[in-house]
Design a protein around this ligand. Structure first.
Ligand code: MRU
Length: 370
């Protein structure tokens, strides 16, 4: 593995750079070590990109979709064939390897389907051109993602008032995306509009994405953040210190059930009990219109060591039985609104937003409706 140090933490638009495809290599910020070490890993081939997704060097639904697109671009470069069908046969191995990395987020499948479709549409072009196309397409997916997050930010910021305190879970920020973040999008946009906000970040056991990533990222970007352990959220809500919650999603079903980092469900129930609006920032690429409800979302079970250890330090007895589901499903009834790049919708209206003739304005959730 090759690390790039010292830090090349070049910031664009006041955001940390998560992933980039440069000179035929994928550079990813190693999120498994943040914030102790800030270093980029250079992935030379698609297998290493897949390894990076599995090992959480890169994580967060949109970011792993982008990484997969970049992995496909790298995979294509190593294929020798000039014939489209042979090329696609070898690409199939690349697709399957990337799809097998993490099952819950729909974004890898979304990226694979987008790339496959685009390749088939170009089947008459020389393979060398297809290889160039894949590099450009991966870059386009990255750039589109930032624009989508900015749109999510603009829609979501309408629900944030000056002085609000927002709780979030896990990391659905710049690090989890091409930039700007989904759940952090509205926080950034509200800040840009001059609203003074505070963010409460749940630490997010077992892998601590809230403590290690959200707290780090928001501090880097000068957005006021306070870190709590996951079990403190209820007590802080009880004191009336939280105005709204915004989280991300790995996959949202057509009925508005939301799969997100383990602990999101508990947070949503706490919000309901305390009358706190609970929003999910969801780029449309993370909505799986093909599944009717959250019960069809596959939940990744991860290594028990993530539970028995914290950052490599054992905190539980040897041999203890462990459960480690990485995600949970929050039923739609706990979700106040789903913030997409096309507007904010009630979960029960989500299935309508992809219909061509739908007048989105007629189903949009507006702040004054709450
Ligand atoms: O296991 P992770 O760190 O990949 O889980 C990430 C999350 O649960 C995020 O909230 C989700 O992917 C949305 S990221 C914009």
């Amino acid at each position: 593995m090759s690390y790039i140090t010292p830090v090349i933490q070049e910031k664009k638009d006041n955001m940390v750079k998560t992933i980039e495809l440069v000179n035929g290599k994928v550079l990813m910020l190693d999120q498994s070590r943040l914030p102790i070490e800030v270093r980029y890993i250079e992935c030379k081939d698609y297998r290493m990109v897949a390894e990076g997704i599995k090992k959480l060097w890169i994580r967060g639904a949109p970011a792993i979709g982008i990484a997969a697109a970049m992995g496909m671009a790298l995979g294509a470069q190593d294929i020798d064939s000039d014939n489209f069908d042979d090329f696609m046969k070898e690409m199939e191995v690349v697709f399957e390897t990337l799809l097998a990395t993490r099952p819950t987020a729909v974004n890898i499948r979304w990226a694979v389907e987008r790339i496959k479709k685009a390749l088939h549409e170009r089947r008459d072009e020389p393979v060398s051109k297809l290889k160039d196309f894949l590099i450009k397409e991966a870059d386009a997916i990255l750039k589109e993602d930032v624009e989508i997050n900015k749109a999510i930010g603009r829609w979501g910021a309408r629900f944030i008032k000056d002085g609000d305190t927002i709780i979030t879970h896990c990391n659905a920020g710049s690090l989890a995306t091409g930039g700007y973040g989904t759940a952090t999008g509205p926080m950034r946009a509200a800040t840009e509009q001059g609203k003074k906000i505070q963010v409460i970040a749940d630490e997010t056991r077992p892998v601590l994405q809230g403590a290690r990533l959200t707290a780090w990222e928001l501090m880097e970007d000068n957005i006021p953040v306070t870190l709590i352990t996951d079990n403190m959220a209820g007590a802080i809500m009880q004191k009336g210190e939280i105005d709204l919650a915004i989280v991300g999603t790995d996959r949202t079903a057509a009925n508005g059930d939301v799969a997100n980092k383990i602990g999101t469900y508990s947070l949503a129930i706490l919000c309901k009990e305390h009358g706190i609006p609970f929003y999910v920032a969801a780029p449309i690429s993370s909505i799986d219109f093909s599944i009717a409800s959250g019960k069809f979302i596959p939940i990744e079970e991860r290594d028990p060591n993530e539970v028995t250890s914290v950052f490599g330090c054992r905190v539980a007895p040897e041999g203890v039985k462990v459960r480690n589901p990485a995600f949970d499903v929050t039923p739609a009834k706990y979700v106040t609104g789903i913030i997409t790049e096309k507007g904010v919708f009630r979960p029960e209206d989500l299935h309508k937003i992809n219909k061509e003739d739908m007048d989105l304005k007629s189903i949009m959730l507006e702040p004054e409706m709450l």
